[in-house]
Design a binder for this molecule. Structure first.
Ligand code: NAD
Length: 436
């Protein structure tokens, strides 16, 4: 299958969000240059901006500049000006005149994202700030009439989920695109395996296992003079309001794949976990095991872990009445065996190609006047991950109805200020931590 084939096959397998977006597209004229409902001249340059110029932000802009013709990086925002400068320098070296970011187009600080969103020279924003900021940055970008690429997870709590749904609906109304950083949805061996499952190759799905078991993750010590806010944003992985713990920040990739396989979100989550190796001052647990029950009593046994020295295991196994599908993480490929273990199908795939494909799909969808809007399904997967975290943190059985409709959980600090204080970090203790 060529890369060219992928968007259509993928769209066909998905919820139809792109189709509904295109139908509604002409309704309201967006402020972005590339309006929905009309095909654009492929030779017109689409101008990109980056919010969050760290590891993935740099990777994402590199992917977009590599895979797309007639795109240009024109503005950047980060809390740290040096991050903008480093990314601009690296991208200029690699992509030459596809990068044109003057010093006046590099914005720093907590409010820097607003400068990019107010800039009439920006058509598309790529958002790769820490997860806790994604709902705010995405909704504000959509309100500003920009097309959006936003990294996963989309949200880490109920309030963020609601904001994402608002952003999704507003983008559909505007006729602007939102593509999310769930690259597996665009990876050939994932699309291929799920197509075979849909065709019935493994029979009816009975259960599944999915794991995201890796080694450790970075931790950054506080530097002298940093406020609580500066420190927590600098060391964002370790604070629940910013990252949502490993299950949201990292393992959401596999949870998203399982929601895709199962056709939507699970009904309940129950599980446990703990922390053995996290540094003092981190709010993260280092392992969780959750049973998610999907409609039809199909159980996903899910586990994630980040403990140095343990056996890594990352992938998804789906058990059916006629066979078993194994979808490996990274570029490990997919296989399907019959019930006797005989391989009956396999496909290779490249995660590097998938990372680029999401940016090709985004730009193609804008140019064709049929903007993809896929935030809702990624927000659902992100909330599914948060649902598992809540089940583990509280020791309760948590329902989808509760997390998606009744929960009041809003972790984002009120009146966030760069010099501000925050409550002392604390970690969850089942039986004491309340379900909210
Ligand atoms: N799709 C994937 O496979 C994948 C891989 C890695 C990371 N990610 C996601 O990408 C996002 C960024 O991760 P990363 O690894 O690049 O982290 P990072 O720490 O390298 O980069 C984050 C950047 O955001 C900046 N930042 C923090 N708060 C900001 C704010 N309010 N406004 C603007 N900039 C802000 C930081 O200064 C930093 O430069 C996360 O959501 C992460 O989960 C996705």
């Amino acid at each position: 299958m060529s890369n060219q084939d992928q968007p259509n096959r993928r769209t066909a397998l998905r919820s139809g969000a792109a189709v509904s977006a295109s139908l509604l597209a002409a309704a309201a004229a967006p402020r972005g240059v590339y309006a929905a409902g009309q095909s654009e001249d492929p030779n017109r340059v689409i101008r990109l901006a980056l919010i969050g110029c760290g590891g993935r932000g740099t990777g994402a802009i590199n992917d977009s500049l590599t895979i797309n013709d007639n795109v240009k990086l024109v503005a950047m925002a980060d809390v740290d000006l040096q991050k903008c400068k480093n990314t601009a320098a690296g991208m200029s070296q690699q992509h030459g005149d596809k990068v044109d970011v003057g010093e006046d187009k590099m914005h720093a600080g907590l409010e820097a994202y607003k400068k990019v969103l107010e800039d009439p020279d920006v058509d598309v924003v790529l958002i790769a700030s820490p997860p806790g900021f994604h709902p705010l940055h995405t909704l504000e970008a959509v309100k500003a009439g920009k097309h959006v690429f936003v990294e996963k997870p989309s949200c880490v709590d109920h309030a963020g989920y609601e904001t994402c749904l608002e952003a999704h609906d507003k983008a559909v109304e505007n006729g602007t695109a939102i593509v999310t950083g769930t690259q597996y949805r665009r990876q050939t061996n994932y699309v291929g395996a799920i197509e075979k499952i849909r065709e019935g190759m493994i029979g009816d799905i009975v259960s599944a296992t999915s794991r995201y078991c890796s080694n450790g993750i970075w931790f950054k010590n506080r530097k002298e003079g940093m406020s609580d806010v500066q420190y927590q944003i600098y060391n964002w992985m370790h604070f629940t309001w910013l990252a949502g713990d490993q299950i949201c920040e990292q393992a959401v990739h596999n949870i998203d794949v399982m929601n895709w396989v199962m056709g939507g979100a699970p009904e309940t989550a129950y599980g446990g976990g703990g922390r053995f190796t996290r540094p003092e001052g981190s709010e993260m647990w280092d392992s969780m095991a959750i049973d998610y029950v999907y409609p039809g009593n199909r159980v996903l046994s899910f586990m994630c872990r980040q403990i140095p020295g343990t056996k890594t295991d990352n992938g998804n196994v789906i058990y059916g009445t006629k066979g078993i599908a194994t979808i490996h993480a990274g570029s490990g490929g997919s296989t399907i065996t019959d019930r006797d273990g005989k391989e009956i199908w396999s496909m290779k795939g490249s995660i590097a190609a998938a990372y680029k494909q999401e940016h090709k799909d985004l730009i193609d969808s804008i140019r064709s006047g049929k903007p993809i809007v896929e935030l809702r399904e990624t927000a659902e997967s992100s909330l599914t991950a948060a649902m598992g975290r809540l089940a583990a943190y509280t020791g309760q059985r948590v329902t989808w109805d509760f997390v998606s409709k009744e929960s009041n959980l809003d972790l984002f600090p009120k009146n966030l200020k760069w010099e501000g204080s925050l409550p002392e970090p604390s970690y969850a203790i089942p039986g004491k931590t309340k379900l909210t």
